[in-house]
Design a protein around this ligand. Sequence first.
Ligand code: SF4
Length: 277
Amino acid sequence: MSLSYSQLRRYRTCPRQYEFSHIKKIPWGISEGESFGASVHNALKRWGELEIGHRALGVGRRKQKNEGVREDQIRLFVEEEHPKPQELTAEKLMEIWHQTFVFDTYPSRFEADFARSRGEALMRRFFTWWSLRLRSGQAAPLVLAVEKGFSIEIDGVHITGRLDRVEQTAEGVRIIDYKTTPPCTQAEADADLQISLYALAAAQLFDKPCTELLLLFLSDEGVVERATARSASQLKDARTQITLIRERMEAKDFHPTPSVTACKRCPYRGVCDVAAV
Ligand code: SF4
């Protein structure tokens, strides 16, 4: 069995929603919130790639000094592996935002412009957060990867997903997951199955321990961090949860679990006879 994390999340939200989308394959339109979140992720992916590009150029320059590598050779290396290095400024991030923002999914120009302005504010907040980390007196975070794809196998279930941003720390790696939803509580972050799967994926992808998992909420109220970690027993519990979900899916358990929270965001609320809205 193969599942993306979004399929898994849909099943956990409501098994009937999963059945509608992935078994009966009833098409659903992307919501404005999903579209906005995708635009933000794309902008921050490009930003992370620029950071990696800067680092590659820095490494190249050091090589040039020590090993006689020519500037044109460095540029060739950087441009092949990463985007062309550019200044990491607030203006550059805003330019990226305007390039990556997707208009099509909004019902009117007015709503699209509103979302684009909201994104500008979020990008400014992200840039302030990012700049403060550089000035915090600690070593600048070293970005190892952005949008790093993974596939992990748990009890016969292949789960695929992406890590938004991976940074090197003194002791291992830090995984950062961007969110455009309202911040969750610390207790919710500590129990989040998605984060446990990221910890399992990081252990498989990197030869360093995953020392920190950071949920970074980019909300209208500001940037909110929820740092968490996973113990061996929590990872074991995550594996058990996946096994239980697999057993229920194989038994075709698609009983709906309506709730106001789930149903108001569900793309099938118009066709579902037990919708709670
Ligand atoms: S409307 Fe509610 S109960 Fe029906 S599929 Fe969607 S989430 Fe489930």
